[in-house]
Design a protein around this ligand. Structure first.
Ligand SMILES: [Zn+2]
Length: 240
């Protein structure tokens, strides 16, 4: 292993500027748990470089403009590794920790209108990032952005006729089920299928097999919709 690779893998940066130069020069998208890489943005208040954290200027402490970072990677923003498999409690902890730093309540009493506006923007962006990454389907779709050619976006069709036939059959089973236990059984089976697919999806992302990941995501939409249908029918049955 080269010393550069070892250096990057271990993520121990004694000199952050040097590390940022190396990351940029190799144009590699590497995750660092020291959050967002150098953005080249300067503080609107004092003109200092904004490196890390990106919310606040380390010189004057002012809350920075969110619009300079609106394209920030959600995984980087929430300081979690860019993998399909996320640790839900870690993600939630990071989200709450970051949200508490920028929450509008904290800036409500301040005179600075720009900071107040920025806190709303940051808070909104963090919510959006958390909503996207905490749920498997939007997380998978987010991970696929820019990964497949545009024409792929248009051809959103499930290739497997067998899968579609299976889904139709399952939908009929739900329609025909008229007892609580039948529906609960169908719900269990659907959950097993969803978990199996989540596992396949994790593997596809690990192997950078984005075409396959997209197929699995499309299939999962059917399964989640099936699950939703079962739950709704169960609820209406219980309320009768
Ligand atoms: Zn500043």
């Amino acid at each position: 292993m080269s010393s550069l690779k070892r250096f990057l893998l271990h993520g121990v940066y004694r000199n952050r500027n040097a590390a940022n130069l190396i990351i940029r020069s190799t144009s590699a998208k590497r995750y660092t748990n020291t959050a967002v890489a150098n953005s080249g943005v300067k503080c609107w208040n004092c003109g200092s470089d904004i490196n890390n954290p990106i919310f606040k200027c380390s010189s004057c402490g002012k809350l920075q403009d969110c619009r300079d970072h609106k394209d920030v990677d959600f995984f980087k923003l929430l300081e979690v590794a860019p993998r399909f498999e996320v640790n839900a409690s870690e993600l939630s902890r990071k989200f709450r920790q970051l949200q508490s730093q920028v929450h509008p309540d904290k800036f409500a009493g301040k005179d600075d209108e720009r900071e107040k506006e920025n806190s709303i923007d940051w808070s909104t962006l963090l919510n959006k990032a958390y909503k996207t990454l905490s749920v498997p389907l939007p997380r998978g779709e987010y991970m696929l952005r820019n990964k497949l050619p545009d024409k792929d976006e248009e051809g959103k069709t499930i290739r497997s006729q067998a899968f579609l036939a299976e889904m139709m059959e399952k939908n009929e089973e739900v329609d025909e089920a008229d007892t609580k236990s039948e529906l609960e059984k169908l719900l269990d089976v659907t959950d097993v299928d969803i978990n199996k697919m989540l596992e396949e999806l994790r593997t596809a992302f690990e192997n950078k097999d984005f075409r396959n990941a997209k197929d699995i995501l499309e299939k999962m939409k059917f399964l989640y919709s099936l699950k939703n249908g079962i739950k709704l029918k169960l609820e209406s049955m219980l309320s009768e």
